[in-house]
Design a binder for this molecule. Sequence first.
Ligand code: NDP
Ligand code: GDR
Length: 372
Amino acid sequence: MKNKVALITGVTGQDGAYLSEFLLKKGYEVHGIKRRSSLFNTDRIDHLYQDPHNDNINFFLHYGDLTDSTNLTRIIQEVQPDEIYNLAAMSHVHVSFEMPEYTANADGIGTLRLLEAIRLLGMEKKTRIYQASTSELYGKVQEVPQTEKTPFYPRSPYAVAKMYAYWITVNYREAYGIYACNGILFNHESPIRGETFVTRKITRATSKIALGLQDKIYLGNLDAQRDWGHAKDYIRMMWMILQADEPEDWVIATGKTTPVRDFVKMCFSHVGVELEFKGTGPDEKGYIKSCGNPKYQLEIGKEVIAVDPKYFRPTEVDLLIGDATKAKEKLGWIPKYDLPALVDDMMSSDIKLMEQQQYLKDAGYEIKNYFE
Ligand code: NDP
Ligand code: GDR
């Protein structure tokens, strides 16, 4: 029997990388769409690289972009995928306020381009498509916990674009009988999470502070509450969604929510440090209260957390907490990671990464700083 063929947009991102690995292990032939960039952008999937000159390879990359319908249509025609996972997006909520038009084009119309390609190529009965929808659709709190039936109230250009993508997916399912599904995924993180999302920003900075490579972290809204899961659990669910008998829309979440401030405390606690917060709003600061790990020489009373209002968003999503009962009951999804296990995975990985930086610094090499 011929192996199934999957096409992943956003293959170089966090979810694209984990999903590629997962599908390859399942025996799929995997095709990914990557953007042309002036530097290598395949860091997260380099371990999956196969020399294209060899026989029997099953992982292929194609240049492409969600803003280019001719390119997408040609790739789909060539690849003839059984399953498309549309993970590509300008995925940063804060940045979407700076680039609203591009975000609408890539995240909203990009989804339409894929659905139209399936229709124009007459592949409605062959190709199933997964749309990466988001808990950001819920935006301003209407009810908690949020389910598949909770009304949407998007609060950013990103969420508004994703709302178009959500409904066009539903519409093409109903209008043309395409097996098209939305996974409404709540925040999911991992050691390969993008460095400018809050969890990874915190795990990287905490590791650097512990090792004496950085003084403090500047953050935005510490009161925001998110339902954080592990990306590995969530990409498994993407695949399960496309294997269901009927195409439907699904909430994927842990059902627990945590303020950003508490996430910071958990990360510091991983390196044996207890934090104390004082002040409110933009004047809030976090100090080292105690340090129980002799490996890290941290001064008691040192200020390590400060708020920089530049990270506040013009409109914020205050509270997300999802109810994944439907996915658990109908598809048997069981997440393996809880929040402490996620923090442990991310912190262990970033400590290792920063220890490498420390060796380089000790050997006289300059350490790069990034715009976070
Ligand atoms: P990432 O930001 O890590 O990855 C996004 C991917 O999309 C990257 O491969 C990026 O390429 C690619 N991309 C961006 N713009 C375009 C474009 N115009 N054309 C083609 N490719 C493009 O996101 P995640 O892996 O975290 O998320 C995957 C999807 O799930 C996204 O759609 C996101 O909006 C959505 N989502 C994510 C959640 C999360 O918590 N992680 C929760 C709910 C939804 P490059 O590497 O070149 O930048
Ligand atoms: P989010 O993730 O906007 O939920 O979108 P992010 O990690 O960017 O923000 C989470 C919350 O933390 C607050 N915050 C900060 N955020 C960032 N990035 N940097 C900071 O310094 C900071 N300080 C506080 C934010 O205000 C926010 O409330 C993610 C993305 O992956 C989307 O693509 C996805 O759809 C949703 O999750 C579900």
